[in-house]
Design a protein around this ligand. Structure first.
Ligand code: ADP
Ligand code: MG
Length: 151
């Protein structure tokens, strides 16, 4: 299965990684973002949204309370945060199935809490929190595109 890894030592480097990641993500996919609180999931989403030309990074805030934020053209992006939900029945009320059917990139923080509710062919991005500002970002999934730009 295709897999890409970035080691970053600063939020700015994570934003640069997001720029590369944006070229590897299909415009229609479900992406599970896994990492501890403060790992950098929302930071990565904000940079991705900007890299995709959808919205400036500073327009992206954590959907911890709204649960779902939607961003528009040219690529539709849904940013979902399941942190506050505990039961599958709560997730059902969000209508995720409909979003999964949409022609959109769906980025889900804390999706690993409800693996049965996510499509099998999802892309998984894991952010591991190292010492200080160090992070290891790994993207894995059959649907990842092939890297075309020089490394
Ligand atoms: N290398 C790094 N990559 C991403 N974020 C980092 C990094 N180093 C420090 N940070 C900081 O860690 C925090 C990550 O917060 P956030 O993106 O909201 O995390 P999460 O959504 O995973 O809970 C931000 O304050 C960010 O500035
Ligand atoms: Mg977050």
């Amino acid at each position: 299965m295709p897999s890409y890894t970035w080691l970053t030592a600063h939020p700015e480097e994570t934003r640069a990684a997001a720029g590369e990641l944006a070229t590897l993500l299909p415009r229609r996919a479900v992406v599970q973002l896994t990492g501890n609180l403060g790992a950098g999931k929302t930071t990565l989403v904000a940079a991705l949204v900007e890299a995709l030309g959808v919205a400036p990074a500073n327009a992206v805030t954590s959907p911890t309370f709204a649960l779902i934020h939607e961003y528009g053209e040219p690529t539709r992006v849904y940013h979902v945060d399941l942190y506050r939900l505990d039961a599958e029945r709560e997730v059902f009320t969000l209508g995720l199935e409909e979003i999964f059917e949409a022609n959109a990139l769906v980025l889900i923080e804390w999706g690993e809490k409800f693996p049965r509710l996510l499509p099998r062919d999802r892309i998984v991005i894991t952010i591991e929190h190292g010492a200080g500002d160090q992070r290891r970002i790994t993207a894995t999934g059959d649907l990842l595109l092939t890297r075309t730009s020089p490394q």
